[in-house]
Design a protein around this ligand. Structure first.
Ligand code: UT7
Length: 333
């Protein structure tokens, strides 16, 4: 694929992440729930995850990633005219949005800012929304942030879920450009499966009762594998791309076995697959931009690289995206 001489398209001009310092390892979990490092690694591929400090909010994490993403796009905060945040663990439920908090932290007090709720598929949804905003001419430079303080909605006595999730944030800037095009994005949902993965609050609960995530993991697992395999193949076919043309596959990092199933379906080598689940666990809407940032910082994003993303999460929501990297703006980060 050649990105030269194209009319300007929505482009991901930068990528950045913020990773909290504190590590919560599988061995740490052995101290307070009935689990083992061996079980967690065998079933999920996760070895450790990061946990934000008590006084560190979701918007703090997102702001740190956002500042870096704006710098790497060679812009300043005042160049940003919309902020969209994907999260399932906002600072506040319903309002104010985490996007408003991040905007204020960046000194932007007269700007379009809103959150989207698409769980672990949040970053794919962000690409679709930001692409539409810039290609319609409504906005010029859209800051997209996937940010999670998943630890704030985790029941650390529920071993079926608490070992899976971690905290972190990733961000990027989407603008019209002839380089780094977001070639295509597909998003979808099926609310009939909502109860398999949700933050449940009993109707009798007091309003201030904390929310905790619940998941029927095994059922989610099977649907996730089938849905993702079909979704990526549909996106590749629609764009007349053979899976052997993919240079880098950057999937949502929920479970190594889910990633491997899609990798095998597409017959991609390990070198073409970005895996961070062992270090960060599932960071939901932040997992793809955090993994993409790793690939960028490790020099794995090369000029002209064709990138495939996929994600599946609560709702159910899912999606996939094709991007091309390595244009002049990107290599200048
Ligand atoms: O990002 C959003 C999308 N999320 C996902 O895609 C996650 C999808 N699901 C999964 O990743 C997997 O289903 C899990 C990792 C959550 C669970 O793995 P599994 O192979 O599906 O295990 P399971 O739920 O079928 O449980 C098997 C056994 C059960 O014991 P019994 O009933 O066979 O005696 C569980 O009680 O493992 C037990 N178990 C645990 N054992 C040790 C469940 N959690 C744990 C644990 N440590 N933490």
């Amino acid at each position: 694929m050649n990105s030269k001489n194209l009319t300007p398209k929505a482009s991901l001009k930068s990528i950045a992440s913020y990773i909290p310092e504190k590590i919560l390892s599988n061995k740490d979990f052995e101290q307070f729930i009935d689990t083992s490092d061996e079980w967690i690694v065998r079933r999920t591929g996760i070895k450790e995850r990061r946990i934000a400090k008590d006084d560190e909010t979701n918007s703090d994490l997102g702001t740190k990633a956002a500042i870096k993403a704006i710098q790497r796009a060679h812009l300043t905060p005042k160049d940003i005219d919309a902020i969209v945040v994907a999260t399932l663990s906002p600072d506040y439920f319903t309002m104010p949005s985490t996007a408003c908090k991040i905007a204020a932290n960046l000194g932007l007090t007269n700007i379009t800012a809103f959150d989207i709720s698409a769980a672990c598929s949040g970053f794919i949804y962000l690409l679709e929304v930001s692409k539409a905003l810039v290609e319609s001419g409504a906005k010029k430079n859209v800051l997209i942030v996937g940010s999670e303080k998943a630890s704030s909605i985790m029941d650390y006595t529920d071993r079926s879920i608490c070992i899976l999730f971690g905290d972190g944030a990733g961000a990027g800037v989407v603008s019209l450009d002839t380089q780094n095009p977001i070639i295509d994005v597909h998003t979808a949902s099926n609310g009939e499966f909502g109860e398999l993965l949700m933050t449940k609050r009993s109707p009798k609960a007091k309003l201030c009762e904390p929310l905790a995530m619940k998941m029927k993991g095994n059922e989610v697992f099977k649907i996730a594998v089938n849905t993702l395999c079909n979704d990526v193949i549909e996106l590749l076919n629609k764009n007349n791309i053979d899976s052997n043309q993919i240079d880098l596959f950057i999937p949502h990092q929920a479970n190594l076995r889910i990633i491997k199933a899609v990798q095998e379906k597409l017959q991609l080598s390990d070198e073409k697959c970005v895996i961070t689940v062992e270090k960060f666990g599932n960071t939901s809407a932040a997992s793809i931009p955090m993994a993409m940032n790793e690939a960028y910082e490790e020099g794995r994003l090369k000029k002209g690289s064709l990138i495939l993303l996929d994600a599946f999460g609560g709702g159910f929501t899912w999606g996939s995206a094709l991007l091309q990297f390595g244009g002049e703006n990107f290599t200048r980060f």
